[in-house]
Ligand binder design. Structure first.
Ligand code: TRP
Length: 382
């Protein structure tokens, strides 16, 4: 008997020690190969986003046709989203960082879905006021990464339902209950909102093709936990006359308390750096963060530490190492024992505080136009 896997990854639950190669196998996705990265490199004008070079994005579905198509003059669009259950933390930016960079490099449209309905259905502790409030707050944070107001469109589910519904009814008719039950592990007690919800997450994949009356490929950068939704989407796409969406999957970013993902559900606020944390809280969380260090300085100098299990290394890797040289220096210093955890934390904290200052300014600026990106009307009656 093979060993059972000691981790769980679904859109509604991430836990355990995730074996990412195994997860790719279980989900049946492809490896983001050096050859594909080279295609990206070529297309985006000779450099690669750090999230690509550092292996945070590591898996995909049908990426090559999108890249090859674009190289031959066939445009695509980007799509990603956020379920607003509270303030964003730094790992939530991973899909949007890559999208923003791709939008800037390639000039492609971006569709962002804010699922205030999904989180109301999925988390019994949240009120409608809360999911709507966080939806807007989260949107400001996302847009502040530098999205182009002219090429960025937002589906804020409860406010965009008139725009989404004509496609949602078609999608929903194609998805049998047995599929969602198997894919998401729903129980008899699961509310019927969540049963329908996956239809709404599919709609943006087809929306631009529907609106423009021609086939436009969709590329979705997202955490690999979202893949199950899009397996459903891909199964029904051709039956509806639309191209299957392509995906680019990132790993989950380890939490500061050393857990599989930087999730704060279950009331663990110190597991993540929230974008609205005051500087003192940021300091405290990083100072207390789980590391890959040894129990004594002497041992660490002699044997070195383990970056791969370290939550602080996760911060450097996903955002805060400003160059590949810095990232290599931190990684090598950690492994050799030359860089101790206290010093490493001080260095990363400087960068975190600097990012928070710049982000707060950018966030104020997007407020004047953020709501104008929300799509409220359907382009057609049918
Ligand atoms: N379900 C996602 C969440 O819980 C939100 C979401 C909607 C999304 N559409 C998406 C995520 C597209 C990635 C890609 O956060």
């Amino acid at each position: 008997m093979p060993e059972p896997d000691d981790f769980v990854v679904t859109p509604y639950e991430v836990r355990g020690h995730i074996d990412y190669a195994r997860l790719r196998e279980l989900f049946g996705t492809q490896e983001l190969s050096a050859e594909l990265l080279a295609k990206f490199h070529h297309l985006t004008g000779g450099d690669l986003h750090p999230l690509l070079t550092r292996g945070v994005y590591y898996s995909h579905r049908d990426l090559a046709p999108v890249l090859d198509g674009f190289a031959n003059g066939k445009p695509f669009f980007l799509y990603s989203g956020r379920g607003p259950s509270g303030p964003l933390h730094t790992s939530h930016l991973v899909p949007f960082d890559l999208c923003q960079w791709l939008q800037r490099r390639l000039g492609v449209p971006m569709y962002i879905q804010i699922t205030d309905d999904e989180k109301f259905w999925a988390r019994s502790g949240l009120t409608r006021e809360e999911t709507v409030f966080w939806g807007l707050e989260n949107l400001y944070d996302i847009l502040a990464l530098g999205f182009d107001p002219k090429r960025t469109h937002v589906f804020f589910d409860s406010r965009s339902i008139a725009a989404l519904y004509p496609l949602a009814v078609r999608v929903a008719r194609k998805v049998p209950y047995s599929t969602v039950k198997a894919v998401f592990g729903f129980e008899p007690s699961t509310n019927i909102g969540l049963v329908f919800y996956t239809a709404l997450q599919s709609v943006p994949c087809f929306w631009p093709s529907w609106a423009e009356g021609r086939s436009i490929p969709c590329l979705i950068p997202c955490g690999i936990d979202q893949d199950p939704h899009f397996r459903v989407t891909r199964d029904i796409a051709e039956g509806l006359g639309y191209p299957k969406p392509s995906l680019l999957h990132s790993q989950m970013i380890p939490g500061l308390l050393g857990e599989a993902a930087m999730s704060t559900s279950g009331d663990r606020p110190d597991n993540a750096l929230f974008l609205n944390d005051p500087p003192e809280a940021v300091d405290r969380k990083v100072r207390n963060a789980f590391t890959g260090g040894r129990s004594t300085v002497e041992e660490q100098r002699r044997l070195g530490a383990t970056p791969e299990v370290c939550s602080v290394w996760g911060l450097w890797r996903t955002r805060f190492a400003e160059s590949e040289e810095k990232f290599r220096e931190v990684t090598a210093g950690c492994r050799s024992g030359a860089l101790l955890c206290g010093e490493c934390k001080s260095q990363v904290l400087e960068r975190v505080h600097e990012f928070y200052r710049r982000h707060a300014e950018a966030r104020e600026k997007v407020k004047s136009w953020a709501e104008s990106t929300i799509v409220t009307a359907a382009p057609k009656a049918l």
